[in-house]
Ligand binder design. Sequence first.
Ligand code: BT5
Length: 311
Amino acid sequence: MQDTRRRVLDAIADGPVPGPEIADRLDVSRAAVWKHIEALREAGFSIEGGDAGYELVTVPEFGGEAVAFGLDAPFEVEYHDSIPSTNDRARELAAEGRENVVVLADEQTGGRGRLDREWAAPSGGIWLSILLRPTVPPADAPAFTLAAAVATTRAAREAGIDATIKWPNDVLVTDGDGRDRKLTGILTEMEGEADRVSWIVVGIGINANVDAGDLVEGATSLREENGDVNRRVFTQRVLEEFHDLGSDLDSVVPAWRDLADTLGRRVRVDTPGGEVVGEAVDVEFPGALVVETDDGRVRVSAGDCEHLRPI
Ligand code: BT5
């Protein structure tokens, strides 16, 4: 959000303040204050304008200005009602040299999963991509994927949902029949040189206020599990947790272990180098899964993981 607009909102958050006083405080013209108030109303903020001045009454449930308002993380938010893919848009912004921007959408018409799989992203979800330029080597990038999974799982648990993580990037809820249902998927893309990441885009797709029937077989949503959430608050929690974890990468793996469902399970991992089957015993920084197989321990850094029934 534009800085002045954010300051206008802050000014009117705790009670009515006369327009001229806001103008004085922010060192802008009265006309500018009025313009920002009108723009905020258009973005869905309800602002009363009585004799005592302007007063913020309600904040919209979703949108760029809504998520940026009160967000305790240093991200700008670019919002779209509908867009092909927030990851594609974040990559465009990366090419323009931007950083610390979140692209957020209500609906995606060309959402992507890993390996160019399709990602269903109807209206009502939380589809977002975070563009960062961290000073880390490319090899550390997987830690940001784990951080996104931890951040989303924590937010889901705060919303009363018993979510867990399946290595590396799925947030799941186990249904009454013991079947894993996917609540969130994460797609991390990056560009870098040998020793330094140039940019990294972490795409997080959260099935929020959508019907499972509008997704794909095997998917679930926040609505399905525990009713609709306030998407503004949920998005803020994810971004704040993600920012905290991303600022202290050493904290990511321990946090991930606490929330993961994969450790201690028998797994089959489809990797670019073939299939690995065994017991998942640990995750090591920046995100490799350690599998105890009949032929000894194997470290897997990428692949599709399936939880198997115990033998
Ligand atoms: C993922 O891929 O799980 C990564 C998904 C990332 C989506 C976000 S949304 C914001 C940002 N912008 C984008 O364009 N993408 C990112 P993968 O592990 O490959 O899983 C893909 C598979 O999940 C598909 O093949 C389907 O089987 C299944 N799937 C598709 N849509 C789903 C949904 N909404 N919920 C649960 N599962 C889904």
